[in-house]
Ligand binder design. Sequence first.
Ligand code: MLT
Length: 410
Amino acid sequence: MARINENFLKLKAGYLFPEIGRRVTQFAQQNPEAKIIRLGIGDVTEPLPAAAIAAMHAAVDEMGERATFKGYGPEQGYDFLRNAIAKHDYESRGCDVDADEIFVSDGSKCDTGNILDIFGLDNVVAVTDPVYPVYVDTNVMAGRTGTADDAGRFGGLVYIPVTEENNFVPAIPEQHVDLIYLCYPNNPTGTVATQETLQKWVDYAKAEKAVILYDSAYEAYITTPGIPHSIYEIPRAREVAIEFRSFSKTAGFTGTRCAYTVVPKSLKGSTATGEAVDLHRLWNRRHCTKFNGVPYIIQKGAEAVYSNEGKQQVQNLLSFYLENARLLREGLQSVGITVHGGVDAPYVWLKTPNNLSSWDFFDRLLGKAHLVGTPGSGFGASGEGYFRLSAFNSRANINEAVTRFQQAVR
Ligand code: MLT
């Protein structure tokens, strides 16, 4: 019989969001009259920007003509999209990122997991806690951890708590680590990292010869002036960081699928004998071997979000979801709930009332208000006693959710 990768057996039975989905489906079957509002998984609800739709229609027509038909594209992405990303997302912010350092992909979730292919199993990995579960679970699958303790912390990983107690600022580890996942604006807490905080991490990574895996999938939601949108706004970050970005939450591409990863050519890892190796070369090799590129039609849609009208339409989407976040935040605060995030991010991170556990609050909110959120403990042990609400929904549902939430906690 074929042997399995037993590391999978160390994981909790289900990935967080499908597990929530399972519980909600069960509740819905038992309560068919309940009008459930889902603010759990951060999945966009509003239609794609018109500029992206028009570009994709035109691309479909191109695919229908022999003269303009496309087969396999470049695995790393078409130049038109890589150039647009380099110009609009990096050059415009003074970041030194070349188009050929950008790898277009089908998602940041996939890339943050797949990037582990190019790193050795003996690296010491640090994550903030709470954290986007993909970073932890993919390290468990790869065999970089021991088993989990009762609180869900895996042996071998370095957990850096980010809670109210430290104002959600991750402390620099006192020990050596090789790989550090940072996500800002943060999923799940909705908090941001200042220039000063990121500079400390870049300095630490430089001193320890570590690599920062920087997930900035939510950067477009930053409204506070002076908050970095990219790790490459920090001096010397090109020598220590890989950045992950996505069109999912920015332009509504969660179902359309397009993202990108930046691996600077100046970034090195080392062999066991200490020889420096370009990580760009390794990632390119991995990408070309295991991935055949994002469809041309989708890349044309992504390119269109950088047109003048596309930018305006994206801005409208961002403003819409940020207004939802404000309504949630202020609606919860008005009934005495302590709330974080929701200013520079589409997530609101709240303290559960009466010190309820995260899952108890999940059950109470679902049972009493027919509202779905995400239990903070699902993101890590330090998320216990917190709860996440996503601002991705229609305005009517957000208003209704606020009213129901207020009634449920009164
Ligand atoms: C979330 O709800 O945390 C996100 O939707 C997850 C993701 O982007 O994969």
